[in-house]
Design a protein around this ligand. Structure first.
Ligand code: KDG
Ligand code: MG
Length: 403
């Protein structure tokens, strides 16, 4: 049995910040886990270094469930993004170790492949509808089966999901949060046009998705969902903030557009009512922010009972370690729906060499033992941490709003 001899936190910024946990054992086998919490990275680094790592030394690395329960129940202060990202990093690293010791990729330990690959969606974002459609065509040419459409809104200087970069969207920047302005009425007028023109240009053989990014009330979301019904979206994401899970009942009463939610969830408790009342179709909880593979499997298990499928968050702030874990999970879970895939920069990919690959719109984790991802520590050390914040959003009259 491999005993944990040491663990350390590696903070690096190859174009953006990432926090990685590396756990070493007395058998010379080590594992890596992602602990990145965008804009609040150092809180998780401290949680791990100051509070978690001392409790790991000497433990049997194979006892993944026991260590998960120890960190969750033992902290007394349960849940929350910092705690659950820290537990997730430990969990990922332990699955990585178990796979390496067994000589098997983690998806084999989770029951084996339940499909040929994981369908992913890319991000087509443009400053206007034409540019978004142009980008979407590029994804089609690359064999993608699903694309998310976001575009600039006439009359608003900036909006969520739109950037100058071609294939990347990196909202965290600036040594203080950027402030943007929001108008629900301008947005609501614009989105149906984006999808009308999107369907005309892209046809019906591609799945189209859209992210509202928590900016509507339930009744507004119901109306938008209804307006978008003719364009048969794969999903409408984060239509309204989900702290009040019952709010989704109102959306459901008004539209058959499929709903996805959960990228900021940390635990099954954030989604329990949404799943049990079948208020959503896709659960976006992700391996790094929701307690690792161990807890994500529990969420997916509950979701499966209610025909809710997975659609894990996969933006660039989730490191390649998370991507590798998500693909091992996604390949094996029965109720997989789709996986978000925002390509990382070349600098990031160099720091995190990985076995996963993309072909014809499907991703596969590869067959290396463990998660199939590593960290080049010498290279990582060359990129010092840079404080960066996600933007904040105000209404046009200055009222603080949801970003
Ligand atoms: O860190 C926040 C981003 O990951 C998030 O804003 C991206 O909404 C997002 C998405 O759907 O990828
Ligand atoms: Mg989102």
């Amino acid at each position: 049995m491999p005993r944990i001899t040491s663990a350390r936190v590696i903070v690096t910024c190859p174009g953006r910040n990432f926090v990685t946990l590396k756990i070493e054992t007395d058998q010379g086998v080590y594992g890596v886990g992602d602990a990145t919490l965008n804009g609040r990275e150092l809180a998780v680094a401290s949680y791990l270094e100051d509070h978690v790592i001392p409790c790991l030394i000497g433990r049997d690395a194979h006892r993944i469930e026991d260590i998960w329960q120890y960190l969750y129940k033992g902290a007394y202060w349960r849940r929350g993004p910092v705690t659950m990202s820290a537990i997730a990093a430990v969990d990922m690293a332990l699955w990585d170790i178990k796979g390496k010791v067994a000589g098997l990729p983690v998806y084999q330990l989770l029951g084996g492949a339940a499909r040929e690959g994981c369908m992913v969606y890319g991000h087509a974002n443009g400053s206007d509808v034409e540019e978004t459609i142009e980008r979407a065509h590029e994804y089609l040419e690359q064999g993608y089966k699903a694309v998310r459409l976001q575009s600039g809104v006439p009359g608003l200087a900036a909006t969520y999901g739109v950037s100058g970069e071609r294939f990347y969207y990196e909202p965290a920047k600036g040594s203080l949060p950027e402030e943007t302005l929001w108008s629900t009425s301008k947005y609501m007028r614009h989105v149906p046009e984006l999808f009308e023109r999107g369907r005309e240009a892209l046809g019906w053989d591609i799945h189209l998705l859209h992210d509202v990014h928590h900016r509507l009330t339930p009744i507004e979301a119901g109306r938008l969902g209804k307006d978008l019904e003719p364009y048969r979206l794969f999903w409408l994401e984060d239509a309204t903030p989900a702290e009040n899970q019952a709010g989704f009942r109102l959306i459901r009463q008004h539209t058959t557009t499929p709903l996805a939610v959960g990228e900021i969830f940390n635990s099954v408790w954030d989604a329990k009512q949404l799943i049990e009342e079948q208020l959503i179709d896709y659960i976006r909880a992700t391996v790094v922010h929701a307690g690792g593979i161990t807890h994500l499997r529990r969420i997916a298990g509950l979701a499966d009972l209610y025909q809710v499928r997975t659609g894990c968050h996969g933006a660039t702030d989730l490191s390649p370690v998370s991507m590798a874990a998500a693909l091992n999970f996604g390949l094996s879970v029965p109720n997989f729906g789709i996986q978000e895939y925002m390509r990382h920069s070349a600098e990031t990919d160099e720091v995190f060499p990985h076995a996963y690959s993309l072909s014809n719109g499907l991703m596969h984790p590869g067959d290396k033992p463990g998660l199939g991802v590593d960290i080049d520590e010498a290279l990582a050390a060359k990129y010092a941490y840079k404080r960066a914040y996600l933007p904040v959003n105000r209404l046009e009259d200055g009222t603080m709003f949801n970003w």
